[in-house]
Design a protein. Sequence first.
Length: 400
Amino acid sequence: MKRYMMILTGLLVLAGGCQQPTIKESKTEAYGKWSVSRAKVMHSLARDHLMGGHVDKACSNAEEGLSMDPKNKDLQFLLARIYIEKGYYSRSIGLLQMLIQQEQQDAQTQRSGILAEVYYLLGVAQEKEGMLDEALASYNQSAELDRSTSAPIIAATEVLITKGQVAEAQDFLACQMVRYNPEPATAELAGRLAMMQKQYPQAARRLQLACDLDSKNMRYPELLASAQYAACDYKQAGETLGKLLRRKDYKGPAWVYTLLGDCLMARNRYEPAEKAYQQACLVRPDDPNCWARLAKAALAQNRLTKAIRSAHQARKLDADHLDASMLLGYSLMRIGKPENAVDVLLDAAKAHPDDEIVLCLLGRAYSQLGRNDLSRKFYDAAKRIQPDSQLLEGLLAIAK
């Protein structure tokens, strides 16, 4: 009996001090774990759909997953990205601002750079929404939190450009390039900013730095050559383009060949310029500018037949092409056909009535035909447009 009472007392003590959870509590805990696990699955599905370009499905999965686990930060961040893709910028901003508040409470997260990513994405959403000042602040905050990437610096600079503050953008980027190790993208942007400010030698230096930092990016030497040409460094620009075109992995567009031809023409190297323009015509046979340049190079070598043929082709593609019309008219005069030149140049004068060179050429063509009255008329018209032209002064003296 005594032994029985001891066992009973022990069971009562255990029952009172270590109560088992109720069935309801167990179900709630199990459902919570299931929701968390299910939310992770939905995050994975949403991410895969987004990567595959199925934005609507990604959005549906992410929203469903977040409803299961509202505190899932990965889902919040992913859904914010999806909202930006769908153009729901205000929704994205709300999600990201809420996520920032959560992340700021976690010092370890802040050190890991996750908060910097959130601020960057917030800046993207704000910029899309037209909140440029807020976007600028978010990008700057992202840059302060993570100095291992130039993305927020570039984004902040682009915002300043959008606001029309080009000089401020240039100063800001220059300051950031001093604080951080220069990257190819920041050097390239600095070069483009200098080009916008017509600071061509500085643009060339910045773009040369971009080329040095990333020799595989073929866009950088294209920009570099453009800056060098604008800076009147035609020899260096031509060398940059020549080196680029010799790369086996580079297929030059037509404008690169025309720029190379322009560099050569500026140095009076007409034959290689003609070859460069010829290549441009092969790449873009439907571009009248290429054919007009080819005519110019041929004319410079006194190759009148080719100049006329190329100018004709340019006008076939664009009947009102000014340079082609002038080159054709002048070439026809050179081969003793001023009457044909007059027909071409009169059409050009109708399309471009304020171009003094066309009027000047018309005066010369009529002079060759012995029509000094009409010659003087067009010279006078050109003189009214460009009173200080020394060329016109000489032609007027001849016409008297």
